[in-house]
Write a protein that binds this ligand. Sequence first.
Ligand code: EPZ
Length: 443
Amino acid sequence: MATYPSISHLSIKLFMKKLLIRGGKKLNGTIEITGAKNAALPLMVASILTDEKLTLTNVPHVSDISTMANLLVSLGIGIEMDGMDKDHGNQGRVLIFNASNISNPIAPYELVRKMRASIFILGPLLARMGKAKVSLPGGCAIGTRPVDLHLKAMEKLGAKIEIEGGYVNASVEGRLKGAEINFEKVSVGATENTMMAATLAEGETILHNAACEPEIIDLANCLRAMGAKISGDGTPRVVIQGVEKLHAARHKIVADRIEAGTYAIAAGITDGCIRLKGVEMWVLTGVKEELEKAGLSLTQVEPDVIEVKRISKLIQPVSISTHPYPGFATDMQAQFMSLMAVADGASTIEETIFENRFMHVMELVRMGANIESHGSLAVVKGVAKLTGAEVMATDLRASVSLVLAALVADGETIINRLYHLERGYERLADKLIACGADISILY
Ligand code: EPZ
């Protein structure tokens, strides 16, 4: 059993990594879908809620996991790795958390600025330790992304919240107290943070207008396995009966629906056929329907295998608007835009969740796409072909939309700032190369 290695910082060489993609290959093959980054992050934080061991399996190998592990280790949480099947890249697929000796309930700016999800520790630390000092996350490429809903919910549960020097100082006398909380806006993170805090609160907590994402259900399943009393997860009304203590548990992380959706588009945009292994159709709700309208077929060919291929000769233009689950996922918006960039006609894409999530538009235009964006709306006029170019990744999902465009573009595309991609996609180049893509990594 190995202790989780603390990742100091990316070497300059890794920082400067680029992808070189030669387009025009139809992709065929099978891609293993890993555990969901956006489920793994709150699940890792849930370890704070008990002094017994929490074991997570199907952990994705993406850099955000290392960043979260570093944060938890800095709080005094022990993390061991298991699953030593190195050959199949499965080392560290199982992580065992031991939060029996949390010594330092502080999340420094240095760690939080790297990953906003660090704010998730606020609720569990308050519930378990009665205090927490967490840096405010600061700005983000895709939007202002305030955390006011998290803080208001903690106050509703009885915590005292003070903001000083860029830090949230939170404390509570005794245990948190159950409360009725009506979220002004649907927030995945605020729902997860509050749900975790409420598991150890005195009495009942009811969340209204809660987020319903599959990652919320996965977190609730794990918390129930730890002894929490939760019902209604996956619906806008979630009820949590607080308990005195949570205990050890083992939980398999749900498949990454955004990774699956991304490779589904890779199959459709290259007119190939890809089997997505390790995923069930329900998690693709909200996206599947729009992909089918665009001319793709998605078939569950085995209990955990979905086959994706294009059934229409040309990609059909489909207009979408992003919404919380079960609406069209904002984390699939950029990838869908790449598909629409080569569709047989015009479509509109409306981004309703984040106010600055069109950074990929001008990079796609550099590749010959015909896209105009005004505020939260983009008008995409499909073109017969894209052309390879040197482009810049700006955030996780924008970067993968450039990969998808490059797979069908004539000639070579160079994508800079690969580190954005590695935050949320495990071995993307290997997986696409295994399906016939012509990709190399430039250092
Ligand atoms: C989660 O972020 C995901 N991240 C995001 O995925 C995803 O885009 C987002 O949910 C929406 O689906 C993780 O799970 C780690 P929100 P989160 O709170 O929780 C506003 C990716 O690419 N808001 O649901 O931060 C906020 O500004 C990432 O993997 C407040 O106003 O998103 C946004 O407009 C990117 N106040 C909206 O709500 C708050 O206190 C939804 O944000 C909290 C949020």
